[in-house]
Design a binder for this molecule. Structure first.
Ligand SMILES: C=CC1=C(C)c2cc3[nH]c(cc4nc(cc5[nH]c(cc1n2)c(C)c5CCC(=O)O)C(CCC(=O)O)=C4C)c(C)c3C=C
Ligand code: FE2
Ligand code: FE2
Length: 340
């Protein structure tokens, strides 16, 4: 069978580091109601305010990490796509981005034109969030519905504690953990607390320091923070780390809302103050290195940690196109259930 495509989807990057391209990208991204979840007039107002200064700041940050062949996120995602072509035998392997290019609209339309009827949709996010997983799925469904494409989906579910994924994370990080280090910080992308609360009808989340540990299966299914904790715990267990050797934090806060804690910025100062000299940081909310890992942690985070008295901060690369990750992703995608 060669008519069953695999469609890998990641977040996307600006077309270039020009301020105008970054503004266009940020506008599309932040106007997504799954990302800034406010009623349209308020969202438009808030995003317009953000777009006064942020595009120039972000353009500067992108320029500092941009590669000769483009955005690291896109280049690394293309490498993963190429590697997956050697694994997926049921049809073509395509890559789309939720924001910017190549868009889901372009890629799904092309696949339908090639006679593809079945697509395994793989949102490349280990942990579930409306602002990542849901928006990819809803956009793919919108394209198929509005363009009347004869495509059916299987959908890769979040794989935050899947043993194949944890093994891949361990294999890719092992060379860094074999070196001498004082502490490992697992820094996940943050989310506004509101995003957790609105998916939590049982009112469990963010009540006390242990809520993620005591989450029921039902709460765990939609609680991004609890899923991050499970990823961290499974990884630490797999690597045989002692409890005091690692901790979790959340990065990339934007705006004035309260986001899930502890914040990475605060943890970097705390760890230095506690006497940690050699810090390792890994970012398991991302499967590909990007501005959030390379610039926010690898550049600004390192600078902050050294200023606070640390001696070294080493960024552990994401799973990117590591062979263990390629093998794990193949198995995960083959198990993806058909969507109703
Ligand atoms: C309200 C704002 C944001 C939410 C919510 C959010 C959630 C979220 N994002 C990722 C993964 C990535 N985010 C990336 C960049 C990025 N994220 C935001 C804002 C929110 N993210 C902004 C404004 C940006 C752009 C860069 C900047 O200006 O700081 C990226 C990298 C893109 C790249 O081109 O390299 C990724 C990947 C997750 C996993 C997540 C929720 C769990
Ligand atoms: Fe983000
Ligand atoms: Fe929770």
């Amino acid at each position: 069978m060669t008519d069953h495509a695999l469609l890998l989807v990641n977040l996307g990057s600006p077309a270039s580091t020009e301020v105008a391209d970054v503004r266009r990208y940020l506008n599309q991204f932040l106007m997504d109601p799954y990302v800034v979840d406010l009623p349209w007039p308020l969202r438009r107002l808030l995003v317009s305010l953000i777009l006064i200064r942020r595009p120039a700041q972000s353009a500067h940050a992108y320029a500092s990490i941009w590669w000769p062949d483009g955005s690291p996120l896109i280049v690394l995602s293309k490498r993963l796509q190429e590697a997956m072509k050697t694994q997926w035998t049921q049809g073509p392997v395509e890559l789309a981005m939720r924001y910017g290019e190549p868009s889901l609209e372009t890629v799904l339309t092309r696949l339908a034109g090639q006679g593809i009827k079945q697509v395994t949709l793989a949102p490349l996010y280990p942990q579930f969030a409306d602002s990542t997983t849901t928006t990819v799925i809803e956009e793919a469904k919108r394209v198929v519905r509005e363009r009347k494409l004869p495509i059916r989906f299987s959908i890769l579910p979040p794989f935050f504690q899947d043993p194949d994924y944890i093994d891949a994370l361990a294999d890719s990080a092992r060379p860094y953990l074999e070196k001498d280090f004082d502490h490992l910080l697992l820094s996940f992308h943050g989310l506004p607390e509101r995003h957790l609360r609105k998916l939590d009808p049982s009112n469990h989340c963010l009540r006390g320091p242990d809520c993620c540990r005591t989450a029921s299966a039902q709460v765990l299914a939609t609680c991004y923070r609890a899923q991050c904790m499970r990823t961290a715990e499974a990884f630490a267990a797999r690597m045989g780390l002692q409890r005091e050797q690692w901790s979790v934090s959340f990065q990339s806060r934007l705006g004035k809302d309260k986001w899930i804690e502890p914040y990475t910025e605060a943890r970097l100062d705390e760890l230095a103050a506690q006497g940690v000299k050699k810090l390792l940081v890994m970012c398991p909310a991302f499967v590909a290195d990007c501005i959030e890992t390379l610039e926010e942690i690898g550049d600004r985070g390192r600078e902050q940690f050294l200023q606070a008295g640390g001696e070294s901060l080493e960024l552990v690369p994401c799973v990117n196109d590591h062979p263990s990750w390629v093998a794990a992703l193949k198995r995960l995608c083959e198990r993806a259930p058909q969507s109703l």
